[in-house]
Design a protein around this ligand. Structure first.
Ligand code: SF4
Length: 377
C-alpha cells in the first residue's frame, strides 16, 4: 500500500497566512504539467511494487487545472503505477472554482473525495485572510459537490483568528455541520514568519489570540463535532465513520508515499526527500540527472521521533508492541516511563497496548510531544 501526492503550486491570489509553496502567476502551466509527468515517469520505481491506494492533488490550488489536465495526470499515473481501482483520489478546490460542469468532469476522471478551503463563514474573516471566495460561494460549492454525486466532502476551517471570538467560531461550526460534509479539518491559525501576517506581527499590527481563548475554541470544536457524529481521529481532523482521510491516515501510519511537484515530500520508510521549492527550477530539472531534490536518510532516533510525533496526534496513539519491535527495549522503556508521568496528570491514557492523549492532553499536545523527542538522529 502506498500513496502519491501531487503539488500544484499555482494560486490566483496570496492568502495572508499561507506558508505553503505557491506562486501566483501560472504562465508556465503546460510546461509544469510536462515536468510533472516527466518526474512521475522517472520515479516509477520509487514505490517498488506497492499498489497505490491513495492519490492526493493538493497545493497551491489544484482547481486552477482544467478537468482535462487533471484527467491527463491521473491517466498517466494509472498507466505508470499500480493504482488500486478503488483508490481514494482527493482533489483540493477553492470554492469559487466550483461549478456544476467542473464537478461533473472531476467525477468522470475518477476523483472521489473533494476538499474545499472554506476557512470561515464570515466574509469579513475571509477578507482579512485574503481569501478569494465569499461565504455564499462556499455554501454553493458544497451543494454543487454533493449535487454532482460526491459523498466524501471535506472542508477546511481556521480558528484562532484574531477577532473571531467564541460566538462566531460556534456559528462557523454550526453552519459547517449543517451542510453535506462528511469530514472537517480545523486548524488553529499560526502566524509564520515570512507570511503577510508574519510581517504584520513584526510591525505590531497583529497578535495571536491568548491561550485560554484558543483552548475554549478547541474544546468547542471537539464538543460540537462529536455531537454531530464526527470522530476526532487526529488532532485537527474529524470524520464521520467511513470518511476518515485514508491518504492522511497513511502518512501518520508510516505508509510510503511519492510526492511529485515543486516542494513535494516523499517517504519510503528509510529516507525522506523533498523537491526544490521553485517552480522554474522544477520545470527545468524534474526527471533529469540534475538533482532537483534533497534527501535525508532516517536514523533510528529520527524514525522514533517521527513515529511518536505523528501517532500521538491520532486516536490510535502509540502502539507499544510496534515500539518494542522496532525500537527495542530502550525505546519501549523510554516511552513507558515518560507516559507514566502524563497518565498521572490525566493528560494521557493507556488502553491495552496503546497510549493516547486525553482531551486535556490534546490541548497541550505540542508540549507533550516535544518531551518525547529523543535527541540525535
Ligand atoms: S489558496 Fe492555499 S496555497 Fe494558495 S495562497 Fe491560499 S492557503 Fe496558500
Amino acid at each position: 500500500m502506498a500513496g502519491i501526492y501531487i503539488h500544484i503550486p499555482y494560486c490566483r491570489k496570496l492568502c495572508n497566512y499561507c506558508d505553503f509553496y505557491h506562486v501566483t502567476a501560472n504562465d508556465n502551466n503546460n510546461e509544469f504539467i510536462r515536468a510533472l509527468l516527466k518526474e512521475a515517469s522517472d520515479r516509477k520505481s520509487y514505490l517498488g511494487s506497492e499498489p497505490v491506494s491513495t492519490i492526493y492533488l493538493g497545493g497551491g490550488t489544484p482547481s486552477v487545472l482544467k478537468g482535462g489536465e487533471a484527467g491527463m495526470i491521473l491517466e498517466f499515473l494509472r498507466e505508470n503505477f499500480t493504482v488500486d481501482e478503488k483508490a481514494e483520489i482527493t482533489f483540493e478546490l477553492n470554492p469559487d472554482d466550483v461549478n456544476a460542469a467542473y464537478m461533473k468532469d472531476l467525477a468522470a476522471i475518477g476523483i472521489n473525495r473533494i476538499s474545499l478551503g472554506v476557512q470561515s463563514w464570515y466574509d469579513e474573516d475571509l477578507k482579512m485572510l485574503n481569501r478569494r471566495h465569499t461565504a455564499a460561494q462556499a455554501l454553493q460549492a458544497i451543494e454543487m459537490s454533493s449535487g454532482a454525486g460526491f459523498k466524501n466532502i471535506t472542508i477546511d476551517l481556521i480558528y484562532g483568528i484574531p477577532g473571531l471570538g467564541l460566538d462566531r467560531w460556534e456559528e462557523n461550526l454550526r453552519r459547517s455541520l449543517k451542510t453535506e460534509i462528511t469530514h472537517l479539518s480545523a486548524y488553529h491559525l499560526t502566524i509564520e514568519p515570512g507570511t503577510v501576517f508574519g510581517k504584520m506581527k513584526e510591525k505590531g499590527l497583529l497578535q495571536e489570540i491568548d491561550e485560554d481563548e484558543s483552548n475554549a475554541q478547541f474544546n468547542l470544536l471537539i464538543e460540537m463535532t462529536e455531537s454531530a457524529g464526527f470522530i476526532q481521529y487526529e488532532i485537527s481532523n474529524f470524520g464521520k465513520p467511513g470518511y476518515f482521510s485514508i491518504h492522511n491516515t497513511n502518512y501518520w501510519k508510516q505508509v510510503p508515499y511519492l510526492g511529485l511537484g515543486p516542494s513535494a515530500h516523499s517517504f519510503n520508510r528509510y529516507s525522506r526527500q523533498w523537491n526544490v521549492r521553485d517552480v522554474r527550477k522544477y520545470i527545468k530539472y524534474a526527471g533529469s540527472a540534475h538533482e532537483y531534490y534533497e534527501r535525508e536518510e532516517l536514523g533510528l532516533k529520527t524514525k522514533f521521533n517521527e513515529y511518536v510525533m505523528t501517532s500521538l496526534r491520532t486516536m490510535w496513539g502509540i502502539d507499544l508492541e510496534y515500539v518494542e519491535r522496532t525500537f527495542e527495549k530502550e525505546g519501549y522503556d523510554y516511552v513507558v516511563n515518560l507516559a507514566g508521568k502524563f497518565i498521572g496528570y490525566g493528560l494521557m491514557k493507556q488502553e491495552n497496548n496503546t497510549l493516547a492523549l486525553t482531551n486535556q492532553g490534546k490541548m497541550i499536545s505540542d508540549n507533550i510531544i516535544s518531551e518525547f523527542m529523543m535527541p540525535g538522529t
